[in-house]
Design a protein around this ligand. Structure first.
Ligand SMILES: C/C=C/C(=O)SCCNC(=O)CCNC(=O)[C@H](O)C(C)(C)COP(=O)(O)OP(=O)(O)OC[C@H]1O[C@@H](n2cnc3c(N)ncnc32)[C@H](O)[C@@H]1OP(=O)(O)O
Length: 287
């Protein structure tokens, strides 16, 4: 059985210790579209040699940054073909601004396995702490495994942000590059779904798709640059659901509503008549 919830639920995954450098953070920044205007010198703060700005979303790649193997969907009680899964959702809470370089250890557990009938949603929670045991960030993410439901588990809750019933307060247009996924995979996510046309076809897509976490980071970076005055430290918590695929080279239309300390947003694809890309986007400002 590919999912045995009696084994998987609550399982702790092996802890991962890792370090990252300023150069890793700078590469990540470029991979999510930073510094795209050569006449805007503030963009250079994203590639500073010693102290580049560090987006909170760097937390999603830090532990695996130097990985060169494709990921496996293989955990205690779970063994699923990589071609059947897409990233479902992601949340990161940054307890304090991320340092430009550092060492940390991540502990992850399988927090929920939702049975959506035809699909399973596997939710992981992780805590990342520095060498002194201080929490740097926590994250909660889900993968959506097509055809893996029906194992008799709980359906679970579904994320739903209530957007204000008015026009958005900000509208951004955010380009991605045709080679965006190839650049982003250098940040450690070597899933062939994002680079290998044959694998993408086997997974049911006409061509390689963009990493969900690349879209996630790109939209966060655009919000930081265009709404938060370029201050990467202003984001305390950032979450989104992956509502539809994005192909590298497509343009994102991001609509943003101010909601007290939060910014609520959606992202859609301009070239495909507003096809959904990200939903339930919530960006909580640091107080
Ligand atoms: C390893 C891969 C890495 C990647 O980076 S892949 C790229 C990033 N991810 C994506 O591009 C995924 C984009 N999203 C989609 O393609 C679709 O969106 C889904 C295939 C994920 C789901 O679409 P559908 O099969 O039509 O599902 P439904 O009928 O809308 O909902 C069925 C149940 O599934 C829950 N659900 C829907 N989308 C998600 C999601 N993104 N994450 C977690 N759960 C999801 C709903 O709530 C509902 O459940 P309830 O009936 O209980 O409410």
């Amino acid at each position: 059985m590919p999912i045995d919830p009696s084994v998987a639920l609550g399982a702790e995954l092996p802890e991962v210790s890792f370090e990252w450098s300023a150069s890793d953070a700078a590469l990540y920044n470029l991979a999510v579209g930073a510094a795209s205007d050569p006449m805007d010198t503030t963009g250079l703060e994203y590639i500073h040699d010693a102290t580049p700005k560090v987006l909170p979303t760097f937390a999603t790649v830090a532990a695996g940054f130097h990985t060169t193997e494709p990921p496996k969907v293989s955990f205690p009680g779970i063994d699923i073909d990589l071609a059947k899964v897409v990233h479902g959702s992601q949340q990161v809470t940054a307890y304090r601004p991320l340092p430009a370089a550092g060492k940390a250890t991540t502990r992850t557990r399988i927090a929920e396995i939702q049975d959506k009938g035809s699909a399973a949603v596997i939710v992981q929670e992780s805590v990342t702490a520095d060498d002194e045991g201080q929490t740097l960030w926590t994250s909660r993410s889900s993968i959506f495994a097509k055809g893996e439901g029906g194992f008799g588990g709980e359906r679970g809750s579904s994320a739903k942000v209530d957007y204000p019933d008015r026009a958005p307060d900000h509208r951004l247009t955010v380009a991605t590059l045709p080679q965006q996924a190839l650049l982003y995979r250098l940040c450690g996510d070597r899933n062939p779904l994002h680079s290998d046309p044959e694998f993408a076809t086997r997974a049911g897509f006409p061509r390689p798709i963009l990493h969900g976490l690349c879209t996630y980071g790109t939209v966060c970076r655009a919000i930081v640059d265009e709404v938060l005055g370029g201050d990467v430290t202003a984001v305390a918590d950032y979450s989104a659901s992956f509502a539809g695929v994005v192909f590298p080279g497509e343009t994102l239309a991001v609509e943003i509503w101010e909601d007290g300390s939060r910014l609520l947003a959606t992202a859609t694809v301009v070239e495909r008549d507003g096809a959904k890309a990200l939903g339930n986007v919530v960006c909580e400002r640091r107080r």
